[in-house]
Design a binder for this molecule. Structure first.
Ligand code: PEP
Length: 251
């Protein structure tokens, strides 16, 4: 089945209003001609309104990087899915490896977050990925399968159908060390198989992005693989030229 490719920028905790303004303006200028639904940027919470305004009328969608697993109430510092919906957020990353490792986010919490987002019609981008030790220990498939299994169990194939999955090997994030297209493809196939064990139709439709040091120079080869449906881009999404060149690889 043909799946539309997608490129999502993850700005992480970078940028301030003035630099965002030129980045968003540049992205808009360069990507104005892109088809709707092919590109998104996930910006820090305080800049959702700025990004919403800057991207309005453009084909680039707005995304967030995290969400609370709680609905509302006394959770100081947290941001709910309902709040994100107020900003017309279309995508939200959950389970990024930085959140799993630095903020002890478990797959159970990731599953609850995905569920909250789906209730607001926001597409969760469910991240999974193994560490270098896990890969070297021959555990990569097992680790990512288990991370996705927990979420799949919670939101079911219908929830996965409304989500995007991102395979992000931890050893490739921000390191400049990219997985080879073949290495990424075999993990993507494992993830698609796991979804297929619940629902074949969802498995053939769900988009699985690759993330980890994607650059203009490697995007074409990665995105050409059968089960790689685009990318989740960290560092390179902060540079207009690089992000635009990576997006050009999905048209
Ligand atoms: C990420 O953090 O999601 C990521 C893929 O980062 P980078 O592209 O910088 O490796």
């Amino acid at each position: 089945m043909r799946r539309d490719k997608l490129v999502v920028g993850n700005w992480k905790m970078n940028g301030i209003a003035s630099s965002n303004s030129s980045l968003l303006g540049g992205i808009r200028d360069k990507l104005g001609g892109l088809d709707e639904g092919k590109a998104a940027v996930c910006v820090p919470f305080p800049y959702l309104q700025q990004a919403k305004e800057a991207l309005s009328g453009s084909p680039i969608s707005l995304g967030a990087q995290n969400v609370s697993e709680q609905d509302m109430g006394a959770f100081t510092g947290e941001v709910s899915a309902k709040m994100l919906a107020d900003f017309d957020v279309k995508f939200c990353i959950v389970g990024h490896s930085e959140r799993r490792s630095l903020y002890s986010e478990s797959s159970n919490v990731v599953a609850l977050k995905a569920e909250m987002l789906l209730k607001q019609d926001i597409t969760p981008i469910i991240c999974v990925g193994e560490t270098l030790d896990e890969r070297d220990g021959g555990m990569a498939f097992e680790v990512v399968r288990e991370q996705l299994r927990v979420v799949l169990e919670k939101i079911g194939p219908k929830g996965v159908d409304r989500s995007v999955i991102a395979y992000e090997p931890v050893w490739a994030i921000g390191t400049g060390r990219v997985a080879s297209p073949e290495q990424a493809q075999e993990v993507h196939a494992v993830l698609r198989d796991l979804v297929g064990s619940s629902d074949k139709n969802t498995a053939s439709k769900v988009r699985i992005l690759y993330g980890g040091s994607v650059k203009p120079e490697n995007a074409d080869d990665l995105f050409a693989m059968e089960d790689i449906d685009g990318g989740l881009i960290g560092g390179a999404s902060l540079k207009v030229e690089d992000f635009a060149a990576i997006c050009a690889a999905v048209v």
